[in-house]
Design a protein around this ligand. Sequence first.
Ligand SMILES: CC(=O)N[C@H]1[C@@H](OP(=O)(O)OP(=O)(O)OC[C@H]2O[C@@H](n3ccc(=O)[nH]c3=O)[C@H](O)[C@@H]2O)O[C@H](CO)[C@@H](O)[C@@H]1O[C@H](C)C(=O)N[C@@H](C)C(=O)N[C@H](CCC(=O)O)C(=O)O
Ligand SMILES: Nc1ncnc2c1ncn2[C@@H]1O[C@H](COP(=O)(O)OP(=O)(O)OP(=O)(O)O)[C@@H](O)[C@H]1O
Ligand SMILES: N[C@H](CCC[C@H](N)C(=O)O)C(=O)O
Ligand SMILES: [Mg+2]
Length: 482
Amino acid sequence: MNLRELSEGLATGADDASIEISGLTADSRAVRPGFLFAALAGTRTDGARFVADAQAAGASAVLAAPDTVLETSLPILRAPDARRALALMAARLAGPQPDHIVAVTGTAGKTSVAAFLRQIWARAGKQAASIGTTGLVSPTRTEYGSLTTPEPVALANLLAELAREGVTHVSMEASSHGLEQRRLDGLTLRAAGFTNLGRDHMDYHASVEEYFAAKMRLFDTLLPKGRPAVIFADDRWSGAAIEAAQKAGASVMTVGREGGFLKLKRLEHERRRQVAEIEVVGKLHRIVLPLAGEFQMSNALVAAGLAIASGVNIEDALHALEYLEGAPGRLELAGTTAAGVPVYVDYAHKPEALENVLSAVRPFTTGRVIVVFGCGGDRDRGKRPIMGGIATRLADIAILTDDNPRSEEAAAIRAEVLEGAPGAEEIGDRRQAIREAISRAGAGDTVVIAGKGHENGQTIGAQTFPFSDHEEVRLAIADAPR
Ligand SMILES: CC(=O)N[C@H]1[C@@H](OP(=O)(O)OP(=O)(O)OC[C@H]2O[C@@H](n3ccc(=O)[nH]c3=O)[C@H](O)[C@@H]2O)O[C@H](CO)[C@@H](O)[C@@H]1O[C@H](C)C(=O)N[C@@H](C)C(=O)N[C@H](CCC(=O)O)C(=O)O
Ligand SMILES: Nc1ncnc2c1ncn2[C@@H]1O[C@H](COP(=O)(O)OP(=O)(O)OP(=O)(O)O)[C@@H](O)[C@H]1O
Ligand SMILES: N[C@H](CCC[C@H](N)C(=O)O)C(=O)O
Ligand SMILES: [Mg+2]
């Protein structure tokens, strides 16, 4: 595609039809001959500093914001919102995307909703894929991912590839970083969803209001007017989300106990399943959800709402809930000890998630709830004592351990968690902590290993060492004295 076709209506300043553009990137290190390099200001540095590198690597043009100072002989494209222009150009260059793309945002539940929606679609006979924290799952492949919302160029290429492979339905996670950084701006959404808002990423967003506003970009900027916004109705932020979506001209469908479209009338918890009565347009449906934890019922309702919003009929969408499999590492039963103690692995690495998962196991625990938890380094520090408080308040035994310390001193992270968790025991070595929890558990107890979920490595300093909570649980159970 030439520079004129690529930039028409998106950026100005250079529209040379004789320049062929072979690819796009915002990273000078990824530039190949014929690429357009987007020089973007970031959180640590400014892409403008790397224009010479990009040119040396063969870049044919540069895209930048109006006020970015650039020293280069390359043609320069300017756009008021250069990140958005990059996403739109990436989509234009990559080619057609699947017809039905649905994105879900919220502090917790995105991965689960995206996975559930893919499963509902698949059961309805659609060629469906999901993209998010746990990677890509499509009818033909499963790939581990590193970001919750991939970067715009990678995302546009992946979507075009999926479309070529025959995928028609894609569910995606929209993280607040992804929304704020315009990673999803090149997508045309059929519908969008909201689960809840809690504390997270206060290192990145200046305030909760700003964090919420970033999430609302999904409705006010990305979702075409008149399309369905499926909103979980029982959260503290539901009212504000409904208002934002309505203001943006979306067709709002609410789900949950307070839901107007899918209304949860009754819910009975069993150890490994829940029985729900859901009212839809005046009719009551009885559903057995084969997953534990009320939050999974909430996620299932959002997913069913989105499936219906994207064309699945009501009966089929609700019936599909009876076959749902949890996303990997989301309140996932990783093993059962000789004494019959269930050991769950869960990705709770933020306050509300930890609170929810510990509350979810309480109803079917006759003995003690034992939790192994920690906090990652180079992330929101404010959540550390809060999570410490939740663990000691809601578990009978709280064992504090390391998550991914990244560049931080692990002991210093633990010290910050301990400020809010005076009663917690401290075992830095995660493997040891898991073994200790399992060896102490007796009949009637429940063990929760929180924080890392599906992750298959532990990042200490700049290195990631192979580590799986699932594997450690299995080994600990196998080695435990009977
Ligand atoms: C904090 C954050 O979100 N950073 C993202 C952001 O980087 P940035 O623009 O701030 O990067 P920067 O280092 O300041 O560099 C500025 C620019 O110079 C460019 N550069 C830099 C060096 C060089 O040699 N050449 C060059 O061109 C960079 O490519 C960049 O475009 O934009 C980059 C390009 O899109 C992202 O890769 C990067 O994500 C990093 C990898 C990251 O870890 N992000 C995490 C926090 C994240 O996005 N998480 C969310 C949410 C997770 C959750 O909800 O729990 C996710 O969606 O995964
Ligand atoms: N609807 C919900 N309400 C509260 N907590 C939830 C909900 N859904 C999931 N959780 C908790 O949050 C954890 C992460 O769930 P999930 O991966 O589905 O969310 P996410 O929004 O994708 O999170 P992340 O941004 O970390 O990828 C779960 O392991 C569980 O502890
Ligand atoms: N997408 C999240 C994952 C956190 C996972 C947790 N195990 C941690 O390391 O804090 C983030 O980058 O903040
Ligand atoms: Mg996720």
